[in-house]
Each structure stands twice: as C-alpha cells, then as structure tokens.
Design a protein around this ligand. Sequence first.
Ligand code: PXP
Length: 238
Amino acid sequence: MGSLMVNIDHVATLREARGINYPEPVYAAGIAEMAGASGIIVHLREDRRHIKDRDVRLLREVVRTKLNLEMAATPEMVQIATNIKPDMVTLVPEKRQELTTEGGLDVVGQSGKLRKTVESLRSAGIFVSLFIDPSEEQLVASQKIHADMIEIHTGTYSDAVNEKIKEEELKKIARSAMRAKELGLGVNAGHGLHYHNVKEVAAIREIDELSIGHSIIARAVFVGLDMAVRSMIELINQ
Ligand code: PXP
C-alpha cells in the first residue's frame, strides 16, 4: 500500500491560461496536505509553462510534508534545486513540444550525464529519484549511478487500450517494483493514474508512494480539492 503525493502543476496551468495571479498553487498545497497527501510535487519546466521559480520558492517555505521537485537534468535546474533545496528531486526527460512527460529517462544511454546530476543533488542533501520505464536495464543503471529511488512510469499501463495490454503492463510494474527493492532502491510510481485505474497499482506492496496530478485536479474542479484528494487516498488504501 502506498501513500499519495499530489502534483499541483495544473493549478498553475489554470493561472497561466489567463496570465494572472490566481489560482494560487501554494493554497492547493496546503489543502492537499490537510486532506492527507504525503507530499507535494511540482514540475519546473524549462519553458516555465505552468510552475514558475517563485512557486517553488514559496512552496519550499510552506510545504510541511515533503516537496518533490520534478525537473530535467540540466545545469540550470540543478542550480535552482541546490539553492531552493526541495526534499527530493525527480529527474524526468523533457521535450519542449510535449503536452506531458512522455516515457521514462534513458539512464542506460545517458548514465554519464545523469550520474553527475545525481551526485550534485545528493551532495546538496537532496534525495534523488529517477523516472524510468519498468525495465530491468534501467533499474540496474539507476542503482549504478547511485539514485536513492526510482519512479516507475505507469503511462503505458494507464493508456492501455485493452485488458490484455493493461494486465501485461501491470505485471511489468509489479516485477520492477520488486526488483527495485532487491537493488535497495525506494519505489514510487505515477503518470496517468486516475480514480478508475489506481487500485491495481496501489495494491503492489513494494510501491512506497504514488505521484498523481491531472486526475485529482480535474476532479477538484467539480468536488473541491479536499474531497478529490481524500477520495484518491481512500481508493489507494482499499
Ligand atoms: N510522474 C511524473 C514523473 C510526471 O512527469 C507526471 C506529470 O507531471 C506525473 C507523475 C503525474 O502524472 P498525471 O498528471 O498524469 O497524474
């Protein structure tokens, strides 16, 4: 059974749709924490399309649970993270044109660059997670470059067009979670999880925390953020 970290990027997406100063992501963080979230996640993208540097700074001051900064492995982002010192960083691949993160990091192919990034962040006292596809090679490479934990990309599971593919993906996620624990890595999972597909992933015992954003903020539009977070936690606990 895992706990829930809430990604609040899309509160900022709504703000940026008008280019004004509300809704305020900091308020969302407080409500999500009071509803039982175990952490708050924001992705500071290179193009600053939603979350801005100022949001990360303010969140660092107000978040009481754990602030997880998603970012690309670039010198600019490493500098920001080492200044602001979130509790943890999740390194993700980033493409300017994408609507959301597409696929996991290629830790095998980019081990040199990623090793240096992991080292810089860890030596600043920041816990480092790598967002990877559920694959043995990526897991082993993540351990080799001294990541503290991995986040298993659940996007293929979430997007599966039929039950067979969904089942196969779920098995891959479960196997990877088990293998990550054998390798001494912490295990998170996320991307595309919603109220109708989360239970199966949450039932994987080795997963420590789930990272969920879009579905929670979408539901919050109708029922409020407090209720949206509580309902997700209830499903995870089932
Ligand atoms: N994990 C990572 C690494 C992500 O990039 C995202 C999207 O920002 C999520 C989890 C959350 O995905 P979703 O918004 O689909 O719940």
